[in-house]
Design a protein around this ligand. Structure first.
Ligand code: G3I
Length: 360
């Protein structure tokens, strides 16, 4: 039954790839984001949706020169069962990115929330197995896409939600903090040209967490671990002060690493960082709120250009770019409007604000 479903899914992706393979960039009077930006602009995408939805595809091809898979390249998608790899969606993403001249960013090799259940089960009986699996998984995966995936989030969210301590995940508990250094080493061995990132959230607002991550980066560099980039997710809230964001980004840039704003969105409401933990402060959005959001998007682009030296500007990626598809609403059980396109897929003031921030 599972096999039949997988075959069907492969066939569907193949057909859609063939149908949409020759899509070329639609013409537009307005310059898209990528055309006004001096660094790459990206969006998080789900390949099945991209191939099925031509409106979404137009937004991507007009505005982005980089894409990241929202979930298609996570461990639970690539290694759903013991000894089973499912490369279909990742292959299809590679194909789509190459046909359309998009940089493909690999998200993510090691993430506690992306780890499939069978790995937890197997590792609970055998830590040595987990160490070996980490190596073979990364080498096989990164090796397969050598030269096709430009960069990887090697480790995602290895620090606690708040404060400066390592997150006590399966990986940390079984393998110690060395799992991080080893993951970078394995990825570098498999593709020495790929940029390798550590990626985390709230670094722009939680100074203790940022300091913990910066200390880890210093240690990794001192040990010659091949880390070349720092990703800050940038799931922002309207009330996070611009001055705090600016100061944090300055500290990140001082590492000398490439800096990726890797999952940008900006919410009006609040949440406690847990699933279902939304606090609905605003039940509707007003034109004034949308203007303020536009201003914030503009400032974020300016902060990136002003605080990150050009050679370190890896790019800015939106995590979902329409209010129709945003992960925020289902995840936090909220109604919010965090992206640059509205639920009808029309550009919001936020879109124009961000574009202004890229060029002025
Ligand atoms: O694919 C299944 C589908 O078959 C099923 O019918 C459906 C029913 O729930 O679930 C689908 O899987 C969902 C998957 O996204 C693919 O769309 C999962 O339930 C859902 O939990 C999963 O959520 C993703 C989440 O990461 C967990 O992987 C979100 O879309 C994605 O936005 C989110 O992304 C994370 C970054 O990786 C790391 N930083 C935070 C960010 C937001 O949480």
């Amino acid at each position: 039954m599972q096999k039949a479903a997988q075959t069907y899914s492969t066939l569907l992706i193949l057909c859609l790839t063939l149908i949409t393979g020759c899509v070329s960039e639609p013409s537009s009077d307005d310059k898209g984001l990528k055309e006004v930006s001096s660094f790459p602009i990206g969006g998080a995408v789900e390949i099945r949706q991209v191939l099925q939805d031509s409106s979404l595809r137009s937004i991507i091809l007009n505005n982005f020169n980089s894409i990241t898979a929202t979930s298609d390249m996570k461990m639970y998608a690539i290694a759903p069962r013991d000894s089973v790899y499912n490369w279909d969606k990742a292959d299809s993403l590679v194909d789509f990115s190459q046909r359309n001249d998009l940089r493909l960013f690999g998200h993510t090799l090691v993430w506690h929330s992306g780890t499939p259940r069978w790995v937890f089960q197997k590792a609970s009986e055998d830590s040595v197995w987990l160490g070996n699996f980490l190596k073979t998984y990364i080498q096989e995966y990164v090796g397969r896409y050598k030269g096709k995936v430009a960069a990887w989030d090697v480790v995602n969210e290895g620090f606690d939600t708040q404060g400066g301590e390592y997150r006590e995940t399966l990986w940390y508990n079984k393998l110690g903090k060395e799992y991080i250094a080893n993951a970078f080493r394995y990825a570098h061995e498999a593709d020495p040209e790929a940029d390798l990132f550590y990626n985390d959230f709230n670094l722009e607002r939680d100074t203790a967490k940022l300091n913990g991550v910066l200390k880890m980066i210093e240690e990794l560099k001192a040990d010659n671990v091949p880390i070349t980039g720092l990703g800050v997710q940038m799931h922002l809230r309207m009330d996070i002060p611009d001055s705090l964001i600016r100061e944090s980004v300055r500290k990140m840039a001082a590492t000398g690493l490439k800096i990726h704003f890797s999952e940008l969105d900006i919410i009006f409401n609040r949440h406690d960082d847990t699933r279902g933990g939304g606090e609905q402060l605003y039940s509707r959005v007003t034109p004034e709120m949308l203007e303020e959001q536009a201003q914030k998007y503009e400032t974020v682009a300016q902060i990136y250009r002003e605080e990150v030296p050009e050679a370190q500007q890896f790019g800015i990626t939106f995590w979902d770019f329409t209010d129709r598809d945003t992960w925020i609403n289902p995840f936090f059980d909220l109604k919010d409007w965090p992206t640059i396109y509205d639920s009808e897929l029309q550009p919001k003031p936020a879109y124009y604000g961000f574009r202004k921030g890229l060029s002025e």
